[in-house]
Structure formats: structure tokens, C-alpha cells
Design a protein around this ligand. Structure first.
Ligand SMILES: [Zn+2]
Ligand SMILES: [Zn+2]
Length: 241
């Protein structure tokens, strides 16, 4: 196949994968929410409709760089993704996962903080904050400008940091699950993690809830490192349940 149609096909396939992944993960956690916190999303139907609309639009945007890189990986040998588990020492597997999460967190913190500049907030980031309170469906509810900043991260990192294909799958799974659970409106992680030593450095729903309530604080994605270093960490938020 000519590169043009092949790249287009790859982008379509990636869009479908990201879109279906979103519907299954957000749908799954919304179902769980209905079981364990019945009525939490009551009256939020119009908002959820908008969250699904923006999220599926974001899936289409995420599919483009992912599709181009997947095509290049398959046909041109691009990227530092490896399939042979023996290509690097075993200790590198968890280290590579941590490196991806830390790099993504770093990019997210600074672009997110930037998007809270008033002008850019009105143009781009207000879409994400229109979810008041957010639901499990808000995981990818971004304006296209914000979606582009998120869509390029993993496709860029695979050219910079070597990673095993299985480790990459773990990174993507963590990204998906945390994106949904952080917006779900209740805390899924046990107290011992959230209130304990780990919770001082890890971001879960309790931390991100405060970002949606107070706006100019708690900008991080996975770790509280940058928020704490830059004095933007206001601590954990509260749920109305
Ligand atoms: Zn959010
Ligand atoms: Zn924000």
C-alpha cells in the first residue's frame, strides 16, 4: 500500500482503538459508580453527553500521531519500542514505566498550568472544567487544542526512551485507568494509600477533585512532585458523598 492511504488507515484504526478504549473504560467505571454510589450522577445527563462528545473528538485527535507512529514502527522500523525482552536488563522494565509516567507527568503539569492562563483557559481548557462535578465520562473531555497537547506525548516519548511493548501497554493502561478514576467523583483507592505515605506523592481522585473545585492548584497528573516543588499543592479535596 502507498504510504498516504496506509497512514490514513493506521490513523483511523488508532482513533477507533482509543475511542473504544474510552467507551469501555469510562462506561465500566460509570457502571461501577452506579453500583457503589447510586444516584451520584443524577441530573448530570446533559453534562455527560457533552463529556462523551468532547472525549470522542479527542479520541480522533489522539489517533493521528499514534497512527503515524504505529505505521512508521510497522513499516519503517521507527521508535525505540522493542519486543525482545532480553534486549535490556529486566530491571529496566519497571524503570522504563516510571520514566514514561514521570515524563508524561512533567509535560502535563506545565502544559496544564499554562492552560490556566486566563486567555488560554477561556479558549481551550474551559471545556474540561465545564464538568462540575466531573464524572467517569470526563476522562478525555478536552477541547481539541488541549487534546493535541495530550496526543503527542506518548508518540514523542517512544522516540526518546526505549520501552518494551508490554511495558508500553502497562503505561497506557495506567494512563487510561487514572484518567477515568481521577474524575469519577469518589475515591477508589484505599485510605491507607490516599492518606498514607504513598498518597503524599501519588495523585488519585481526592487530589484531582480539588483541582476541579479550586482551579489554580493541584495541576499534576500522576505525581505530586511538581505541585509540591512549585507550591501549587493545596492537599486533598472532598467529595459530597
Ligand atoms: Zn480533570
Ligand atoms: Zn485544569
Amino acid at each position: 500500500m502507498q504510504p498516504g492511504p496506509a497512514i490514513l488507515l493506521s490513523a483511523f484504526a488508532m482513533t477507533a482503538i482509543v475511542g473504544i478504549r474510552y467507551l469501555l473504560s469510562s462506561g465500566g467505571f460509570a457502571w461501577l459508580t452506579a453500583k457503589v454510589r447510586p444516584g451520584l450522577y443524577q441530573g448530570l445527563r446533559p453534562q455527560i453527553g457533552k463529556e462523551i462528545y468532547w472525549s470522542l473528538l479527542s479520541a480522533a485527535i489522539y489517533g493521528v500521531p499514534a497512527g503515524i507512529v504505529a505505521w512508521g514502527w510497522d513499516t519503517r522500523g521507527w521508535t525505540l519500542i522493542y519486543a525482545d525482552i532480553a534486549a535490556y536488563p529486566l530491571w529496566y522494565l519497571p524503570l522504563s514505566i516510571l520514566a514514561y509516567l514521570f515524563a508524561h507527568d512533567c509535560w502535563f503539569y506545565w502544559t496544564h498550568r499554562w492552560m490556566h492562563e486566563p486567555k488560554l483557559f477561556r479558549i481551550a481548557h474551559a471545556v474540561h472544567h465545564a464538568s462540575r462535578p466531573p464524572t467517569a465520562w470526563a476522562a478525555m473531555s478536552f477541547h481539541p487544542i488541549e487534546a493535541v497537547t495530550g496526543a503527542v506525548v506518548i508518540p514523542a516519548l517512544v522516540f526518546l526512551i526505549p520501552i518494551h511493548i508490554g511495558a508500553l501497554a502497562i503505561v497506557l493502561a495506567i494512563m487510561t485507568i487514572m484518567g477515568v478514576t481521577n474524575h469519577m467523583g469518589w475515591e477508589i483507592f484505599p485510605r491507607i494509600i490516599v492518606q498514607g505515605a504513598a498518597g503524599r506523592w501519588l495523585i488519585t481522585a481526592s487530589h484531582h477533585q480539588r483541582h476541579h473545585a479550586d482551579y489554580r492548584c493541584n495541576y499534576g497528573l500522576y505525581f505530586r512532585f511538581w505541585d509540591r516543588l512549585c507550591g501549587t499543592d493545596k492537599g486533598l479535596g472532598h467529595f459530597n458523598t
